[in-house]
Design a protein around this ligand. Sequence first.
Ligand SMILES: [Zn+2]
Length: 220
Amino acid sequence: MKEFDATVVSADGAKLVLDQTAFNPRGGGLVSDLGTINGINLAEALKEGEEIVHLMASPSNLKAGDFVRGVLDWERRFRIMRMHTAAHILSAVVNLETGALITGNQIAPNESRVDLSLEEFDREKLADYIEEVNDVVRRGVNVKTFFMKREEALATPGFVKLAGAMPPSVEMLRIVQIGDVDTQADGGVHVKNTKEIGKVTGLKTENKGKNNRRLYFTVD
Ligand SMILES: [Zn+2]
């Protein structure tokens, strides 16, 4: 969804809460969507408790009950989606080859990274794994999302890979399944088919301490 209509629930200076939104807030390693609400630039969408707060670049005269139109910076959002699905595939490939788990990630439009619990990793290995990722991209694998009960998801091997990331208060988990490549509980934005990713390029690896390697990549 690139554009949407909504009603203002509350307005407090530059902070806006809407009855519905298509702006994906910062979280889960993903940077916030950007765009405009009634022509005013969005500085960042943030999660505050159960609410999504739109922090606007400047205060508006909007008040509760006003109708607004939100427009996403789609170029940015689509890059975030492509980067995010690529990160899942990369993690799955490295996990399959080494057993490493994800310990963190940062998904941004221009350069993204995943942290993996690995003792050794070099540029050559990164190139091999990126090639495997691009095989998946070229295969055109469909990406499905569905909801599953928390206990059921936790009992299914591989569904919850980011250790400790799921708050116990969440009863239904959203599952993102990239065909036969990767399935995990995840709240972020993804492409519908891996072909949309384009081409993944490995940029560099960094040693972030014992048993932690950081892999940088981008999509073209
Ligand atoms: Zn994810």
